[in-house]
Design a protein. Structure first.
Length: 274
């Protein structure tokens, strides 16, 4: 089903943080679609007929008329002392576009998303747009919401359907794509997913038949290609902003991959464009 150009309406969007116990129960269900993403602390949330222990990174999806129950209560901190802490982004939305989007595939009730994912940035941006007063461009909010919905679809399509080993490999892949412009090390990747370097290297190779650093190089070269052609950056700046430690190394690997120097590549592609 192709999605058309209707407005995706955002009724409420914001961020909530609780330091006191809180309880909310809507047995008749929410009146629109709802995304709720946990960013801090934990809580209990209705999920598959029971109460789910929600952790940081959990995105829950609700359709209209689905029962909603939220409980935020005392939990022990690292020192074993009782405390209350729960933070989340929440967006209530609807409209014809949202109906078509929701119905075009089966939707999971919960998705695990890293805090560094661009989906989190979209949740934050939508919350900021909704707070604007007398906005002469309401279409912007609708477009952001559509991008969020479609980004969730893409995120799900890229996630593995098998066990935790493959899930970790995809988390490594996401980390590389989001941090390729920086000079990260294997230690940084392993720390991000909470495993040893040797295990991270093995899982990634097993899942994608390439090494972590080779994949990082591929992503960096792809970034550099785009910037060479479509930006006015000096080539040295292209190299640095694409994650290469120095221009000499960048020049060597670029020529090896594409059969021409970065300068020759820029000239040939721009001549083709014009």
């Amino acid at each position: 089903m192709e999605l058309s150009g209707e407005i995706c309406k955002v009724y409420t969007a914001g961020y909530s943080f609780h330091r006191k116990p809180f309880y909310m129960n809507e047995p008749e269900g929410v009146k629109s679609y709802l995304f709720r993403f946990q960013t801090e602390g934990n809580c209990l949330l209705r999920y598959k007929g029971g109460m789910d222990d929600v952790e940081v990174g959990d995105l829950h999806l609700y359709a209209p008329d689905e029962p909603y129950e939220l409980k935020i209560d005392y939990t022990p901190n690292a020192a074993g002392l009782p405390m209350v802490e729960s933070g989340d982004y929440h967006i209530f939305f609807g409209g014809e576009w949202a109906d078509k989007w929701w119905k075009r595939t089966e939707r999971p009730a919960k998705i695990k998303i890293p805090l560094s994912d661009n989906i989190v940035d979209l949740l934050r941006q939508i919350s900021m747009e909704k707070r604007r007063i007398d906005d002469p461009y309401p279409e912007i909010l609708s477009y952001y919401m559509k991008i969020l919905c479609l980004s969730i679809d893409r995120y799900l399509s890229e996630q593995p359907s098998s066990g935790p080993k493959t899930y970790l490999a995809y988390q490594i892949k996401n980390y590389i794509e989001e941090n390729a412009s920086t000079a990260f090390k294997l230690d940084d990747v392993a720390m991000y997913v909470g495993i040893s370097v040797s295990r991270a290297v093995h899982l990634f190779k097993e899942a994608f038949d390439t090494t972590i650093m080779q994949y990082a190089l591929d992503v960096r070269l792809n970034m550099a290609q785009e910037r060479i052609v479509f930006s006015p950056m000096p080539l040295e700046e292209v190299a640095e902003s694409s994650g290469f430690a120095n221009y000499t190394y960048f020049h060597r690997v670029f020529r090896s991959r594409f059969g021409m120097s970065p300068k020759e590549f820029r000239i040939s592609k721009r001549e083709h464009i014009t």
